[in-house]
Design a protein around this ligand. Sequence first.
Ligand SMILES: Cc1cc2nc3c(=O)[nH]c(=O)nc-3n(C[C@H](O)[C@H](O)[C@H](O)COP(=O)(O)O)c2cc1C
Length: 342
Amino acid sequence: MTGAAMGWEEVRSAAREKLLGVCSLCRVCDGRVCAGQVPGMGGVGTGTSAINNYEALRAIKLNLRTLHAATEPELSVTLFGKTLALPVLGAPVAGAKVNFQGRILEWEFTLAQVQGAREAGTLACTGDGAEPEEYAMGLKALQAVGGRGIPVIKPRPAEEILRRIRLAEDAGAVAVGIDVDAAGLMSMRRAGVAVGPLAPDVLTRICSATRLSVIVKGVMTADEARLAYECGAAGIVVSNHGGRVLDYTPGTAEVLPSVAAEVKGKLTLLADGGVRSGVDVLKFLALGADAVLVGRPAAWAAFGGGAEGVRFLYRKLAEELRAAMILTGCPSPAAAGPALLA
Ligand SMILES: Cc1cc2nc3c(=O)[nH]c(=O)nc-3n(C[C@H](O)[C@H](O)[C@H](O)COP(=O)(O)O)c2cc1C
C-alpha cells in the first residue's frame, strides 16, 4: 500500500466508529446496505439510483496501454479561472444534523471539507438546506479559506437564490451552483422552504444577474444540458444527487456520454455519483467530464480525520489517478476520451 492509501485506511476506520448506525463504510460502497436511508447516507426509496451510479461506473472498462511516452501525466485542470492540482472537487454535503444525526457540527464538517480540499490544491462545494445554518456555515467556511469554494444553493424562489448569490459574491466564492435536482425535496417543503423546478427564463435571469459563473447541478439528460447552456450556465454537474432525490434514475456514467455529445467544450462539464477511486475519476474523464465531484468519501474523510482526512482522500485519489493515467497512456485530463474505453 502507498503512504496515502495507508493513511486513508486509518481515516476510514476512525470514521466507521464515529458513524456507527449511520454509514457502515462498506468495503464496496454500492448503495445496497443503506438503500432508503435518506436522511442518512443512502439513496432514496429502493436505493436504485445510488446502486445504478455504482453499477454504471463499474461496467466501464479501460484499455490497458503501456507502449507510450505518458510517464509523468499532468493532473491539474483549470476551472472557473482556478487551477486545481487534480480534476476532483468536493461535492456539497449539507445537513449534519439530519444526515449524520448531529454527530458533527455543520461548521466543523464544512470547514474540514473546504480546508482539506484547499490543502490538497483543489476546492470544495458547500451545500444548502432547510436549516439556515447550512448555507451560512458553508459561506463562513469559504471565507476561512479565502473564498476558495463553490456554494451550491437549493432551487428556491428566484429572489431568494439571487439574495444568496449576493452573499456568495461577498464571500469571494469562485463560482456559485444551484442543485436543481432538489426541486422535489419534500423534506425542504415540509420544513417550509419552497423549492421547485426553475423555468428557463428564471435561470437565464439568474445567470445574467451575477458576475460569478453559475453551475447547474443535477442535469441527467442531453436536452437539459443544452438548455442550461442556452440559459447562460457556465457549468453543469451530471448528477442524480447521489441517488437521493428520485428513485429509478440511471447511473450518471450511463447518461454522461450523451450529455457530453451535446455540450462538451461549450461549458464546464462536471459529473458525480459513485467516485471512490482514481480509476473511477479517469472513467468519468474518459466519458467526457472535465472534472468530477466526490461526495460520501469526503464525508467519511471529514469524520475520520477532519481536514487532514480530507487531504488524505485527495492525495489517495491523485496517486490512483496518476497510476491509471500511466497505465492507459493518458498524459492529461483533457486528453482522456473514448480511446481509453474498452
Ligand atoms: C449526506 C449527503 C448530503 C448531501 N447534501 C447535498 C447538498 O446540500 N447539496 C447538493 O447539491 N448535493 C448534496 N448531496 C449530493 C452530493 O453533492 C453529490 O451529488 C453526491 O453525494 C455524489 O455522489 P457520491 O456520494 O456517490 O460521491 C448530498 C449527499 C449526501 C450523501
